[in-house]
Design a protein around this ligand. Structure first.
Ligand code: PHB
Length: 250
């Protein structure tokens, strides 16, 4: 791709523009986008206008810029995430109807847990997870499962730190994390009490595809002191259903 005078490619600049959008920052002016993307105002305006013309970004009634539906459409069409979510949805709804807190599905993406879906009951407790949002591997139940069954190079990278603390319960010591991962593999699930936020406990199980590889984590988020046994029974039943629909015959 053609490079700008500063040497970054068109793709780099497009990505920087798109990455200025976050779950909590969904509308911005072109000037704000330019500043956050580190682009000169003229380039920012040009790129934003081109993306708006292509439908990848949209201008709302206040002339603020948002992610366009066309981008959602293209990203969702035939995506791996959509297939995984569809395979998991019936089981997730079953878990949710019984546990009535939060039920979620995560995959490993660039050293973090990326959440494809979250179902939440009306009176459910606190939960920091967002759909299309990420949580750190060492500090969430889903992340611990994805890490425990992940490739050795991933484990080495995460274990070599840093392991930032989100609460006083977050595992920040590499040897403690190594022991926790061994425990997850031994018992087949992860319980993370208060690790990402003190008031909640995450419980997660691994989900395998037809090759036997762990490709996702199915989890529930409960109030911190809730018993986890009922959730574990539902999660294990749910994961078996998802694995069956993914073709795992283990
Ligand atoms: C977890 O998976 O450990 C988890 C996720 C979100 C929360 C709390 C715990 O809000």
């Amino acid at each position: 791709m053609a490079n700008s005078p500063s040497g970054d490619s068109v793709t780099d600049r497009l990505l920087r523009v798109l990455e200025t959008f976050t779950p909590t920052r969904t509308a911005q002016t072109a000037a704000e986008i330019g500043r956050r993307a580190g682009l000169p105002p003229s380039s920012a305006h040009r790129i934003v206008s081109e993306l708006v013309a292509a439908g990848l970004l949209e201008r709302d009634d206040d002339r603020r810029i948002r992610i366009g539906m066309r981008l959602w459409e293209l990203a969702t069409r035939s995506s791996h995430a959509l297939r995984m979510r569809q395979a998991a949805m019936p089981a997730m709804e079953r878990v949710q109807s019984r546990i009535r807190e939060h039920t979620q599905l995560a995959i490993l993406e660039q050293d973090e847990a990326l959440f494809l879906e979250r179902l939440s009951g009306p009176g459910a407790g606190s939960n920091v997870t967002r759909v299309a949002g990420r949580l750190p591997l060492h500090a969430s139940s889903s992340g611990l499962v994805l890490l425990a069954y992940g490739p050795p190079d991933l484990q080495n990278r995460i274990l070599s730190g840093p392991l930032p603390a989100f609460t006083r319960e977050t595992i920040t010591d590499p040897s403690a994390l190594r022991r926790k991962l061994a425990e997850v593999r031994l018992i087949g699930h992860a319980v993370a009490r208060g690790s990402i936020e003190l008031v909640s406990t995450g419980v997660a199980v691994p989900v395998r595809d037809e090759t036997g590889r762990v490709v996702a984590a199915l989890s529930v988020v409960l109030p911190r002191e809730a018993a986890v046994e009922a959730a574990l029974i539902e999660l294990h039943a749910g994961k078996r259903d998802i694995e069956q629909s993914l073709g795992y015959r283990g």
